[in-house]
Design a protein around this ligand. Structure first.
Ligand code: AMP
Length: 354
């Protein structure tokens, strides 16, 4: 991992920060938000300059860095530093580059890189969430003990790819790919809510934590193919006979609001997860998402945490029903830029960049 001293040394040489990210996932929102806060922007792309930004002029990066493959990015670190880049991680950025290469990248990065090790290993993630005291789906250690529906998934942000439901041991054996690390969770029946938070270590006003403040900037639900539409063809059991199996590949996002009585619980969960992160690894800075299922007993079960901007925030480029109540027009992308700006102005960049 790059040391804090090295990042401090690089930042000393910076005049104007440029917000840089990989051209995918939530890049339109990040570039748009950066512009709103007066930053220049840099898009990192493979092979050639992507044309689709021409369709979105207010979110088009000012410059591009074109690389042959994401794995080559570490070799472009010096170039990025010469441009004054601060990398803004998102799910695809970390997944394409690989968690290890990401934490070693010698470019200042928004947030605390130490979070990546805690998030990308599902067992460590579980330890963190259990230290926070939030409810999670039960973990099944022994697959031959499967006697009720379980959910099997692999490590890393794969947009649901490869995950499957097993109702017994035979189901599990039929679908599992043992060459990759996986975990088995109890399948929780309920409604899925993906809660978008922002933790600011610099914040002084608002929903206060032991250090800094917590905001909720939106909530979405993911549209997953083919599970979300397969009911139209009949029961899953019937479809199985035809060789059609449920898959969980994220294809889009739907905005939601929580019933208001769930909001205090949501804030409390966000608070506990941040406080645990402060104790365990110095804090998860900036945006994060608690991926939850709410049961008919109105209990949240957190099945995953994403410790950076999630693509569901793209719904709220112009603000959400929650961010409207903090500052109109505030997206998560813009909130990242605002935090960088505040840190720059108060000489506290090292509190939000690593
Ligand atoms: P994940 O890879 O953890 O993001 O999960 C992908 C999708 O699988 C989620 O968006 C949910 O639809 C579903 N899912 C994950 N974990 C569970 C669980 N424990 N119970 C029910 N559904 C789940």
């Amino acid at each position: 991992m790059v040391t804090g001293e090295r990042i401090a040394e690089i930042l000393e040489g910076y005049d104007d920060l440029v917000m840089a990210t990989v051209c995918s996932h939530s890049s339109l929102q990040i570039f748009h938000g950066a512009r709103q806060e007066g930053f220049r922007t840099l898009g990192i792309a493979i092979g050639q300059q992507p044309k689709f930004y021409d369709a979105f002029p207010r979110a088009r990066p000012d410059d591009f860095l074109i690389v042959d493959a994401y794995e080559d990015l570490p070799r472009h670190a010096e170039e990025l530093v010469d441009m004054g880049a601060v990398a803004v991680p998102h799910g695809s950025f970390v997944e394409y580059l690989g968690a290890k290469a990401f934490v070693d990248l010698e470019v200042p990065t928004f947030g605390n890189r130490r979070v990546i090790g805690w998030e990308s290993d599902r067992d460590k993630q579980r330890y963190w969430l259990s230290q926070a005291g939030v409810d999670m789906p039960a973990k099944i250690d022994n697959p031959d003990a499967i006697d009720h529906p379980v959910f099997v998934k692999y490590y890393g942000a794969k947009g649901g790819r490869g995950a499957f439901i097993a109702k017994n041991y035979d189901d599990f054996l039929e679908h599992v790919d043992k060459s990759q690390p996986y975990i088995i969770q109890e399948y929780v029946v309920g409604t899925r809510y993906y809660l978008h938070f922002f933790y600011s270590p610099l914040g002084k006003e608002g929903y206060r934590l032991s250090k800094g403040t917590l905001e909720v900037l939106g909530v979405d639900r993911r549209d997953e193919s083919n599970i979300d539409e397969m009911y139209k063809l009949g029961s899953q059991e019937g479809l199985k006979k035809l060789g059609v199996y449920p898959t969980f590949v994220v294809t889009g996002n739907i905005p939601v609001v929580l019933r208001e009585s769930l909001l205090p619980k949501a804030m409390e969960m966000g608070e506990k997860v941040v406080e645990a992160s402060l104790d365990l690894f110095g804090g998860m800075i900036g945006p994060f998402c608690l991926e939850t299922i709410v049961t008919d007993q109105l209990q949240f079960k957190v099945f995953e945490i994403s410790s950076r901007i999630v693509a569901g925030t793209n719904l709220f480029v112009a603000g959400s029903p929650y961010s409207e109540l903090v500052e109109p027009g505030m997206s998560t992308g813009r909130r990242i830029a605002r935090e960088l700006r505040r840190a720059e102005e108060t000489g506290t960049l090292l509190k939000v960049v690593s």
